[in-house]
Design a protein around this ligand. Structure first.
Ligand SMILES: [Zn+2]
Length: 108
């Protein structure tokens, strides 16, 4: 358990980047609806879409490079594939292991 407490700062960083990713994805539909209602018409829609796309690329890149505090590998990335799952794709550390306890079978 004390092991997992040491990971707390690293896991907090992983959680923040995951929240940023899901918020960016969730904001897409409201942003498109608001821009469609705007006076600027399709020009505004295209501009909003391009800004959203750039923002998405940035937050995905941030989520891809975040490191697991236990094994040191990329938390969400195995080879070229991005898996935004709640466990480290290398060692299985849960994103909330510092709150719930480490439930990996090979750890105590
Ligand atoms: Zn790991």
């Amino acid at each position: 358990m004390s092991d997992v407490q040491e990971f707390s700062a690293g896991l907090k960083k992983v959680r923040q980047r995951r929240i940023l990713l899901w918020l960016t994805i969730a904001v897409y539909v409201p942003a498109m609806m608001i821009s469609l209602q705007s006076a600027g018409g399709w020009n505004t829609v295209i501009k909003v879409f391009i800004v959203w796309l750039i923002l998405l690329c940035v937050v995905v890149a941030l989520a891809v490079v975040v490191r697991c505090p236990d094994c040191g590998n990329c938390f969400h990335t195995h080879g070229p594939t991005f898996f935004p799952v709640r466990r480290c794709v290398h060692c299985g550390l849960h994103v909330n292991a510092d709150k719930k306890g480490d439930d990996r079978p090979d750890r105590e």
